[in-house]
Design a protein around this ligand. Structure first.
Ligand SMILES: CC(C)(COP(=O)(O)OP(=O)(O)OC[C@H]1O[C@@H](n2cnc3c(N)ncnc32)[C@H](O)[C@@H]1OP(=O)(O)O)[C@@H](O)C(=O)NCCC(=O)NCCS
Length: 151
């Protein structure tokens, strides 16, 4: 798709299980979540789950949660289908997820080689605060990024 898509952001539900499973595999390959993890993000209480929809089809998804012991909001997954990238969809999903999670501090982790995602997160105000060595399958490090929301 070459033209800009008009998208809306709406809550996802368990009915999106199949579509999210497909999106995860297309976006994450070896890091794709299992069907059990996907069911969890779509059903666990307190999880923010949002999808971007174009012409009735899910083209992107973000999941976020608050880890109470840290009082920190975490973006736990974010993926946009290839044909819908570079149209501001991820940015819009992050903004909405940040707004729905009440914690002032937001965090996420990202593969050290995932420059597209790192550029995205830096553009919206995240900075690196830690490295988790060999966190990912295959032994790649995770960068932990953080943003302190404006009050
Ligand atoms: C990373 C990802 C979520 C970005 O989604 P997106 O909808 O294309 O991102 P946006 O259009 O909102 O991009 C906003 C900004 O992020 C940066 N960015 C996004 N993709 C980029 C890329 N491929 N290369 C360089 N910068 C990029 C740019 O600064 C961009 O602004 P611009 O288009 O005005 O230059 C998407 O590429 C994706 O799903 N990748 C596979 C899954 C993944 O890596 N998820 C993140 C795991 S932590």
């Amino acid at each position: 798709m070459s033209t800009e898509a008009i998208f809306s952001i709406i809550p996802a539900t368990w009915r999106d299980l199949h579509d999210l499973h497909r999106l995860e595999h297309l976006c994450f390959e070896q890091d794709a979540w299992s069907i059990i993890d996907i069911l969890g993000v779509l059903t666990f209480p307190g999880v923010v789950r949002l999808k971007a929809v174009v012409d009735g089809k899910m083209v992107a998804f973000i999941g976020g949660e608050t880890r109470d012991y840290q009082q920190t909001g975490w973006i736990i997954t974010l993926g946009v289908l290839h044909d819908y990238r570079r149209q501001g969809i991820a940015k819009a999903l992050i903004a909405e997820c940040e707004q729905q999670l009440e914690s002032r501090v937001m965090r996420l982790c990202v593969r050290a080689s995932n420059q597209a995602a790192i550029d995205l997160y830096k553009q919206v105000g995240y900075i690196q605060v830690a490295i988790w060595p060999e966190y990912y399958r295959g032994g790649e490090d995770a960068l932990v990024l953080e943003k302190v929301k404006d009050l």
